[in-house]
Design a protein. Structure first.
Lengths: 264, 334
């Protein structure tokens, strides 16, 4: 008798799980093998770019998450605050275009500039704000202490070469714009303070040397600004600036370009 | 035929093989849940250290900020459409965690149950199938009982078919109990909730790239069924191949040994898949089916879910054909 019960039990359970596994299997096929959505190849940012007109000042922001404004709870970013600040300095209209992509590294920025899809925006820009390099530098933090120094030197060399080429490409398109490089700050605070401080500072210094070679390029230092103010200027993710942090950076930029803005 | 299948199932149960399998499952799932429970503690600790989360409510602030950032990202017209769908899916997930006040780091019983299958689909579950299937025919050949079976005047193919059906039934039972034990045990550690938690799926692989433009969120219960559906498919394929081996060789030890080494070889042959095309036609490197739907894979040119399913199905059909052909043709003397 017991034998019979266990047989019916086996069959009942088997039927039940057959139904649910079949259901799941069909679902899987449905989700995974639909024809891939055709990648809309509309090269973004080519169509409705601001064209240079007499009364407009174009600001073009490129680079990583800092350029994009990640971390700002008010969704403004450098673009928003800088625009407001510049309005107080000039009667002309300010048009800001932001091409920041979070996670972008130097090589990727160079690639997207080479691709030509930002050409129009670059050509018509009066001010080009560039924030790049933070993601390159962050990569070495995952490494062990032993290999870190060598990796750092390698990354730095690649970064500088990439940045140099990026600048050249931009200058080939637009000789007169003001290039504004945002320096790196150290988001880690106390952790490995000495080593990070050295890395970031040297990185910034080398960037500054490169920027100095260009007559119309400026470097916005953020390292000291953030150093003792991390809790005030950092967003909840402890990596990006918050609204106040972005406002401070924008303020520094606006002061640096004030005179230039009058001459345009 | 019905009586034959019933007879085979009863024989299998009498061999206690199913209970051994279920016992192993219970032990392994408990160990896995316990391990997860401990590593969860460590993850929380590390996270707290890295981003300075001390208050238990701090994750909400972080999640809210992330949602704002992602909205920002969706507004940028320089982002390509492909990124946008992953961003949208991620936003929906975070919103769910916020709405239901669940810390995204925490594991629910439902999530654990899914994860257990994802971890065990390519080795652990197939090994259990070998335990069930490897002596189905070879055991009778070795013990000589096959003569009693075949002198009953039933065609040989019917005998073999009843054994195969019995195997399929028991495999379904294993799937069911895996789900049951997994939910029951993990619930003790992580609670019994999480069934409506959104999970991202719909990843596709084309031209060696992971395509995320079709990614959508499905509730955890549905994702769970998808994963179990794939697991059952893999179990059937391995069971069938193992069944074939047990028809081909006389000794159960040899049968188990062959299957074991085949499965283990699959784990290291997988590392050549990108450069060497031949191994991808082997069934044992195509068993990580759940990686395709969770998107957690290193995409390889020419391999996607359809490909893997086709390879597995081809092996299954071939194994069935060989089993029946050999069993009806072979001489059984003595």
């Amino acid at each position: 008798m017991q034998k019979r019960y266990s047989w019916y039990g086996i069959v009942a359970i088997a039927l039940f799980s057959l139904i649910f596994t079949l259901f799941g299997f069909v679902q899987t096929i449905r989700f995974t093998t639909g024809s891939p959505v055709s990648q809309t190849a509309t090269a973004p940012g080519t169509a409705d770019k601001p064209v240079k007109e007499g009364n407009i000042i174009n600001v073009f922001i490129i680079g990583d998450s800092i350029a994009m404004g990640i971390g700002d709870e008010k969704l403004q970013g450098i673009g928003g605050y800088l625009k407001d600040l510049m309005k107080t300095q000039t009667p002309r209209d300010i048009v800001v275009d932001n091409a920041g992509i979070d996670g972008l590294k130097t090589a990727e920025l160079l690639q997207s500039i080479k691709s030509g899809r930002m050409d129009n925006a670059l050509k018509s820009a009066d001010f080009i704000v560039i924030s790049i390099g933070g993601n390159d530098l962050r990569e070495i933090q995952r490494l062990t202490d032993v290999s870190r120094e060598a990796a750092y030197q390698e990354k730095k060399a690649a970064y500088l070469a990439g940045l140099k080429e990026t600048t050249q490409k931009i200058r080939a398109l637009n000789k007169n714009s003001v290039l504004i490089f945002i320096g790196l700050y150290d988001p880690t605070g106390q952790d490995n303070a000495n080593e990070n401080a050295k890395f970031v500072s040297e990185w910034n210094y080398q960037t500054q040397l490169l920027v100095a070679a260009d007559q119309k390029a400026i470097f916005i230092p953020t390292y000291d600004l953030f150093k003792l103010n991390l809790d005030r200027f950092m967003a909840a993710d402890k990596l990006h600036p918050n609204s106040t942090g972005y406002q401070m950076i924008s303020y520094l930029i606006s002061k640096d370009i004030e005179n230039m803005l009058g001459q345009l | 035929m019905y009586r034959l299948v019933q007879n085979e199932v009863v024989k299998m149960l009498r061999k206690k093989r199913l209970y051994i399998v279920l016992g192993i499952l219970l032990i392994m799932i408990s160990a896995f849940a316990y391990g997860q429970y401990h590593s969860l503690d460590r993850t929380r600790e590390q996270l707290a250290k890295r981003i300075g989360m001390t208050d238990t409510g701090d994750w909400r602030k972080l999640a809210e900020q992330q949602i704002i950032d992602m909205k920002n990202r969706l507004d940028s017209h320089y982002m390509d459409e492909e990124h946008n769908s992953t961003t949208r899916v991620r936003m929906e997930q975070l919103q769910y965690y916020l709405d239901n006040n669940i810390n995204p780091v925490d594991i629910s019983g439902a999530r654990f149950t899914t994860r257990f299958i994802e971890q065990s689909i390519y080795l652990f579950l197939p090994l259990l199938m070998i335990l069930l299937a490897a002596d189905m025919v070879s055991g009778e050949l070795a013990g000589g009982t096959v003569k009693l079976l075949l002198t009953r005047g039933v065609p040989r193919w019917k005998v073999l078919l009843s054994k195969y059906i019995a195997l399929l039934l028991l495999e379904l039972n294993v799937v069911f109990f895996t789900l049951l034990i997994s939910v029951a045990v993990s619930g003790i550690f992580f609670g019994y909730g999480g069934w409506t938690e959104p999970v991202a799926t719909g990843f596709q692989v084309a031209a060696g790239k992971l395509i995320t433009s079709n990614v959508v969120n499905v509730p955890q219960w549905q994702y769970l069924l998808m994963v179990y559906g794939l697991a059952y498919f893999v179990m059937v394929v391995v069971g069938t191949v193992s069944f074939m081996i047990s028809v081909l060789v006389k000794s159960t030890a040899a049968s188990i040994g062959i299957m074991l080494s085949t499965l283990v070889s699959g784990t290291f042959l997988s590392s050549f898949l990108a450069d060497w095309t031949l191994p991808r036609y082997l069934f044992m490197v195509n068993m990580r089916l759940t990686d395709y739907i969770s998107g957690s894979l290193r995409p390889i040119e020419g391999m996607n879910l359809t490909f893997s399913l086709t390879v597995l199905a081809a092996w299954m059909v071939a194994a069935i054909v060989v089993s029946f052909w050999y069993f009806t043709k072979r001489d059984i003397l003595v």
